[in-house]
Ligand binder design. Structure first.
Ligand code: BG6
Length: 474
């Protein structure tokens, strides 16, 4: 596995710790090698020390074993190179030659605008044969046109089966559990539709700000950074039909149908169906934090949204008329990512105090699935009380270590399974829906609404639901 951008945050904070865990669990082939490549002039020993320093922080103390690390480090190597220079790919090819022919995985943990040139350079240097795979991170492009250009560039060098477009949300255990819940239990299928479901909420709220990613974030904002990919992928898993098989093509065929069925939002619609927000100064966990426009590498009069809420609808037989409220924000009151399936109330209320059922699929901070039902309080009289059916897998198998999303997904790449990766048409269908919203914001001069850091987002995001007699579950 070649990790381009081997000294960056993604490689050091996520990929190497994930590979270390896989090694520790005996999941990596004995002869697998990991070669990190980046511009810094480091020796192999210096890179190993850098990687170890980060892994010691990222890996839980009980899981880090210096002996295991030293065996893992034997797999590691480092190659200093300039990823924009084709001559350096030639040098890389000669250096790889000594390992002999083997399966190769290129992981692009680099800036997104390098994807096209790296894949072209791999091809020119003769590094892109049939026995290779390439992993690319989101964002794929910045708009439909630029995503197509990136996909075209990849497509000129690699077949679609060789390209793994990663969305790490799909590697989260609870997200996969959602599929198990839906497609391994006959119970939910009859009620999983308009008629029984009032609405769906998908929230991914973070307490973090933009940290040191201001320059990237100024170009993307919450819409491109989170909603275009992570939230739409979650929406697909909630809304898709049962695939005929659990394999890459069948699953992705169903997901893309959902993206294509999203009702367009454009022009003036954006005012009623979307809310943009930007965090101001506030308090998170007792600490004062600055406004977004005071963050590093951010313009003082930035118009970038750090929060977005959208009311989406899916124009198909199963979901017609059911709102899917999507929301994501930085510097929110709590770190919480969850999907709420809000069922309709009973058609005729016999008992006081009965509430409609709710299925909550929580991804963060803890992973859990719970079903809220109504029951009778013990004792005399029909007094109702909500009861929660806890479908938490961690309780069922507490001895199992929680896998990080990257561990699962890296293993899938190694095994060549692209079920949990985005296909080209999915990415482009998502942009086809997002582009008109962003255009609508520009046409209607929709500036982000301010919200204090540490709050639940701008007022307007609450009104979006309140006007329809609903509320976010905060
Ligand atoms: C990334 C976004 O894709 O996902 C970040 O670029 C965001 O802005 C992150 O913070 C959230 O991922 P997780 O797994 O920490 O919830």
């Amino acid at each position: 596995m070649l990790v381009f951008g081997g000294t960056g945050d993604l490689a050091l904070h996520k990929l190497l710790p994930a590979l270390y865990h896989l090694h520790r669990d005996g999941r990596l082939a004995a002869d697998m090698r990991i070669l990190a490549a980046a511009r810094n002039r480091l020796s192999r020993a210096e890179y190993c020390r850098l990687a170890e320093r980060h892994c010691r922080i990222q890996v839980a103390p009980g899981d880090f074993d210096p002996l295991v690390w030293s065996r893992f480090a034997e797999r590691l190597d480092y190659f200093p190179m300039d990823l924009t220079q084709s001559a350096d790919f030639g040098r890389l090819n000669s250096s790889l030659g000594k390992l002999g022919p083997r399966q190769r995985i290129y992981y692009l943990a680099t800036a997104p605008d390098l994807v096209a040139s790296i894949s072209a350079n791999l091809s020119i240097a003769g590094l892109a044969g049939a026995n290779t795979r390439i992993v690319v991170e989101k964002p794929i492009g910045h708009s439909l046109a630029s995503a197509r250009a990136v996909n075209d560039a990849l497509g000129q060098v690699f077949s679609e089966a060789q390209v793994f477009r990663i969305d790490h949300f799909l590697g989260k255990e609870t997200v996969q559990n959602l599929m198990a819940l839906r497609f391994a239990n006959a119970l939910f299928e009859p009620v999983w539709r308009a008629g029984h479901i009032d609405h769906v909420q998908i929230s991914v709220n973070e307490t973090l700000g933009v940290e040191n990613r201001g320059a990237y974030y100024e170009e993307s904002g919450a819409m491109r950074d989170m909603l275009q990919n992570h939230l739409l992928q979650l929406l697909c898993l909630v809304a898709m039909e049962a695939p005929v098989r659990f394999d890459a093509e069948a699953v992705r065929n169903e997901k893309v149908k959902i993206l294509q069925a999203l009702k367009p939002i454009s022009g003036l619609d954006v005012q009623d169906k979307t809310v943009r927000g930007q965090y101001g100064a506030g308090t998170i966990g007792g600490h004062d934090v600055p406004a977004y426009y005071f963050e590093k590498h951010v313009d003082n009069d930035s118009d970038t949204e750090t929060f977005v809420a959208v009311q989406a609808e899916i124009d198909n037989w199963r979901w017609a008329g059911v709102p899917f409220y999507l929301r994501t924000g930085k510097r929110m009151a709590q770190k919480r990512s969850e999907i709420v399936i809000q069922f309709k109330p009973v058609p005729h209320r016999l008992f006081e105090g009965s509430q409609a059922n709710r299925l909550i699929i929580r991804l963060q901070p803890e992973e859990r699935i719970s079903l809220q039902l109504m029951g009778k309080s013990p004792g005399k009289g029909m007094r109702l009380t909500p009861i929660e059916l806890d479908l938490n897998m961690a309780h069922i198998a507490p001895q199992n270590r929680r896998w990080d999303a990257y561990e699962r997904l890296l293993l899938d790449v190694i095994e060549g399974d692209s079920t949990l990766f985005m296909r080209r048409d999915e990415v482009e269908a998502a942009w086809s829906w997002i582009d008109p919203i962003i255009r609508g914001w520009q046409e209607t001069y929709q500036s982000p609404r301010p919200y204090p850091a540490g709050s639940n987002g701008p007022e307007q995001a609450h009104s979006l639901l309140e006007l329809q007699g609903r509320a976010w579950l905060d």
